[in-house]
Ligand binder design. Structure first.
Ligand code: NAP
Length: 295
């Protein structure tokens, strides 16, 4: 079997087109322009490029976007004051503080200071709690993107055996939780694996869907995959540099071998990655609609 490719690039493009239309309609019918601010502390090149991509995408969709870059020595107090300023700014519906923050700043203090109604990353405990309860909330962007990929690719989740590898707060735990929710796109039987899991291969081998969010290149090999399984590879691992200086990326799944066993699979790059930023935009539009009492 050669697996069907689940293209995050194509799916993200389709969702961005939907969002562009929605943003135009919000402006036309309700005079509402969704607003996003990204706050970056320091000069980490990867963070700079993530923030630039987020602002560029927002702009392309017609979302008002502001980008604040702060000195690496910025104090926690000053950062909290800035968050508070944007909490009160009616032009801004979504506040994104780019992680990681410098070591002298307590990340939790900053993330918890964001108004939950503007927490478009979905990291505030109020949104995490609502997600677990199955209530309306901002879903964290990467798991939200995975749900969209599965749904739009027609992968049946109801009754499926799902194995999630990795239990981080931003990917593993939330996607495991979302897959077991009692609603469309959920209703799965979920196993969550991590470094203490005994016999990971045995868990994977009986899975209808494997979601790998580990950070170990090509860790999921073909012999761990059941014939016909659906594979979502979240991992982004830099495994070298090409002659043009660009990083060579690999996922957590041995793509070339696993695609011969799976029924469908996301590539790296071009799989989950493009969905994450797109879901941030979707959350920002949702926040603007909430602020305008349209949902
Ligand atoms: P993380 O916080 O480092 O968590 C990794 C998880 O994998 C941990 O729960 C860890 O288990 C588990 N793990 C590590 N090695 C393992 C092994 N050998 N066997 C079993 N479990 C193992 O990572 P993350 O933030 O979730 O990110 C995971 C990967 O996804 C990374 O490559 C990251 O770059 C990528 N990512 C991509 C996107 C995107 O938009 N495409 C977004 C976020 C992350 P323990 O808890 O036991 O330590």
């Amino acid at each position: 079997m050669t697996a069907k490719l689940i293209s995050g690039t194509e799916t993200a493009k389709a969702i961005r087109e939907e969002l562009t239309r929605e943003v135009a309609e919000l402006k036309e019918k309700h005079n509402v322009v969704p607003g996003l601010v990204t706050i970056l502390v320091g000069e980490d090149p990867a963070s700079q490029s993530y923030v630039a991509a987020k602002n560029k995408t927002a702009h392309a969709l017609g979302i008002h976007s502001e980008q604040v870059t702060l000195d690496p020595e910025t104090s926690e107090e000053d950062l909290l004051k800035l968050v508070d300023k944007y909490n009160k700014d009616s032009k801004i519906n979504g506040i994104l503080v780019q992680l990681p923050l410098p070591k002298h700043i307590n990340e939790a203090n900053v993330l918890y200071a964001i108004n939950p109604d503007k927490d478009v990353d979905g990291f505030h405990p109020v949104n995490v709690g609502k997600m677990v309860l199955g209530e309306q909330c901002f879903l964290p962007c990467t798991p939200h993107g995975i749900l969209e990929l599965l749904t739009r690719s027609g992968v049946e989740t109801s009754g499926a055996e799902v194995v999630v590898i990795g239990r981080s707060n931003i990917v593993g735990k939330p996607i495991a939780n979302l897959m077991l929710q009692k609603r469309d796109g959920g209703n799965a039987t979920v196993t969550l694996c991590h470094t203490r899991t005994k016999d990971m291969a045995a868990h994977c081998k009986r899975a209808d869907i494997i979601i790998a969010a580990v950070g170990v290149p090509k860790m999921v090999t073909a012999d761990m995959v059941k014939e016909g399984a659906a594979i979502i590879d979240v991992g982004v691992n830099r495994i070298g540099k090409a002659s043009n200086g660009k990083a060579i990326l690999a996922g957590d799944v041995d793509f070339d071998a696993v695609k011969e066993v799976a029924s469908c699979i996301t590539p790296v790059p071009g799989g989950v990655g493009p969905m994450t930023i797109t879901m941030l935009m979707k959350n920002t539009v949702q926040a603007a609609k909430m602020a305008a009492n349209l949902i």
